[in-house]
Design a protein around this ligand. Sequence first.
Ligand code: SF4
Length: 367
Amino acid sequence: MDEQKRYFSRELLIWYRANRRDLPWRRHSNPYYTWVSEIMLQQTRVETVKPYFERFIAKFPTVEALADAPEEEVLKSWEGLGYYSRARNLQAAAKEVKTQYGGQVPDDKAKVSALKGIGPYTSGAIMSIAFNRPEPAVDGNVMRVLSRYFRLHDDIAKPATRAHMEHLAQELIPEGCASDFNQALMELGALVCTPKSPACLPCPVMEHCAGRLAGEELELPVKTKAKPPKPELRYAALIAGTGEHAGKVLVRQRPATGLLAKMWELPHLLVPKQAGLIGMSESEAMDVLRGGLLAQGIDAVPIDRWVDAEHTFSHIHWQMRVFRCELRELQELKDKDRTAYQWAGPEEMEQLAFPNLFLRILNDYFQ
Ligand code: SF4
């Protein structure tokens, strides 16, 4: 190994051991905790994850407890974190670990990698952090640090670059220190070598950082832009209950597979592109919604616009226009894909799991 690499590994480890953050999943050495935290941390900030992690572990303290829990409870515990397939996959994998490995996360890369929802980064993180195995755990943060430090101009969106980075990251792991070293690398990316404003002056590896020495720290890493998410206009109905359902609104459960599977939402419909995005008048929009609701067996008349809301998923962007509607009749619901419709008020919302977008709308409504 050349001096630039040796220096990086040595200094980073020293820095981490003196500066590591006290994070809930670092307080105990428990592969299940590492696993849960790594899944939660995908696409989500540490500060957001902390309270979720603590509540999740309090509720499902072991692999068995998670495997045996009703799926709705798991989703409810994940509510607000987004990317809900992570929760479903985590539970499916917990069931596998319970039945195949007696509830113990196996100290075996091939077995861990074969579990549902665990990709190369997460398996590397679990094997290194929990079992101190010299496996690389390379995500966007780590690729940014390595691109800058070694002044690599390869496009990090390309699989070949990731493969190269994994090789490099593995080579850098000091003997017997995989757990600390991989966490150090992640920590440097999170706290010091950040995307927009790397703190080069206090950086522990500044002296040999080729990107900084060339003045390229802000140009690296090279990454081709992903396609922007596809915009979708949707009209949603906020239908208030009357009589025994007063104080509640009509909600439905999403189908068992696909985006936001089994989560709860307001009835809504996708507006055909040619009609929606070129600008419809408010009354035309309400006609479209009325027709769409009728097709779903809900005879409700839109009264006025309540609110606009939006949410970006990885590949689509929902623009949701919400109309208050008056219910005339709830026919036998024709939307056979749906498992259930029901009336929900603040009390029911404690039990049902809603995606963020609808949580915001409903919390606002019930305020
Ligand atoms: S010196 Fe700057 S660019 Fe280089 S690793 Fe440190 S923070 Fe990142």
